[in-house]
Design a protein around this ligand. Structure first.
Ligand code: SAH
Length: 221
C-alpha cells in the first residue's frame, strides 16, 4: 500500500476505491487508463459532508445548488467513450463537483471546464487547486462552447441536453469526439459523435442514462 499524495485520503478510502473499481470492471469498463485514474482520484473529497461515507458507492449524489456528482459508472463510461490519448485538449460542460474534471486531468488531459452556477465553478476550482490538478475553469453558459479556446480533441457534456448544440460540434477537431447524454428531461441516450471531416459527423448510441438538465444561460447564484 502506498501513501496517498492527497491530504485526507486514507488507507480505508483507497481500499474502498479498489472495491469500486472492481465493480466497474464487472460492469464492463475496460479502459485501463480510466480505471487507473479513478483508482487515484479521492471521490470522497468531492462530496457534500452528509454523503462522504457513501462516496465509494456506485451512485450519483446531491451536491450544492440542486445538482449532482455523477455516478462513478457513468463517469467511467463517458470517459471510456472519449477514447482519450495523452495530452488531448478536452472541453467539459457541467463542472459540477469537479470530480470528472479531476479524472480527466489525472489522465493527463488539458481540460477546459464550464459551469453555469458560480458557486460550483468556484468551489471546484478551489478544490482542484488544493489537490494540485490544473484545469481551466470558466463560469458561464456552456451551450456555445468556448470558441476562443477551441478547437477541442474531445468534448464531454455531463448534463442532459435535448440535442447536440451545433456550436459544439463545430468546435471539434477533425477526428475529434463528442460524448453527450441526449434526450428528454428524465431519460437520455448516450451519444458519441465523431467529426470525420469538415462537415461530416458519425453518430452512435450507447444506452440510457439520467442526468440533471443542461440549461441555457448563466445562473445568478
Ligand atoms: N461533471 C460533474 C457532474 C455535474 S452535473 C461532476 O463530476 O460532478 C451537471 C452540471 O452541469 C451541473 O452542475 C449544472 O449546473 C451544469 N450545467 C447545466 N447546464 C449548463 C450549461 N449550459 N453550461 C454549463 N454548465 C451547465
Amino acid at each position: 500500500m502506498i501513501l496517498s499524495r492527497f491530504e485526507g485520503d486514507h488507507f480505508q478510502h483507497q481500499g474502498q476505491r479498489r472495491k469500486l473499481i472492481n465493480g466497474l470492471i464487472k460492469k464492463g469498463i475496460r479502459d485501463e487508463r480510466v480505471l487507473e485514474a479513478m483508482s487515484v482520484v479521492p471521490r470522497h473529497l468531492f462530496m457534500e459532508s452528509g454523503f462522504i461515507r457513501f462516496a465509494y458507492q456506485d451512485q450519483a449524489f446531491p451536491i450544492a445548488a440542486g445538482q449532482t456528482i455523477s455516478q462513478p459508472y457513468t463517469v467511467a463510461f463517458q470517459t471510456e467513450l472519449l477514447e482519450l490519448s495523452e495530452h488531448q485538449k478536452v472541453l467539459e460542460l457541467g463542472t459540477g463537483s469537479g470530480y470528472q474534471t479531476a479524472v480527466l486531468v489525472e489522465m493527463g488531459m488539458r481540460v477546459f471546464t464550464v459551469e453555469r452556477i458560480r458557486l460550483l465553478s468556484n468551489s471546484a476550482e478551489t478544490l482542484l487547486k488544493k489537490l494540485d490538478y490544473q484545469a481551466y475553469f470558466m463560469f458561464g453558459d456552456g451551450y456555445k462552447g468556448l470558441p476562443t479556446y477551441g478547437p477541442f480533441d474531445r468534448i464531454l457534456i455531463t448534463a442532459g441536453a435535448p440535442g447536440i448544440p451545433e456550436d459544439l460540434k463545430n468546435q471539434l477537431t477533425i477526428g475529434g469526439i463528442l460524448v453527450a447524454p441526449i434526450g428528454e428531461k428524465d431519460h437520455q441516450t448516450m451519444i458519441k459523435c465523431q467529426r470525420i471531416s469538415e462537415d461530416e459527423f458519425v453518430f452512435s448510441e450507447h444506452g440510457g442514462f439520467v442526468f440533471v438538465p443542461l440549461l441555457k444561460g448563466k445562473s445568478d447564484s
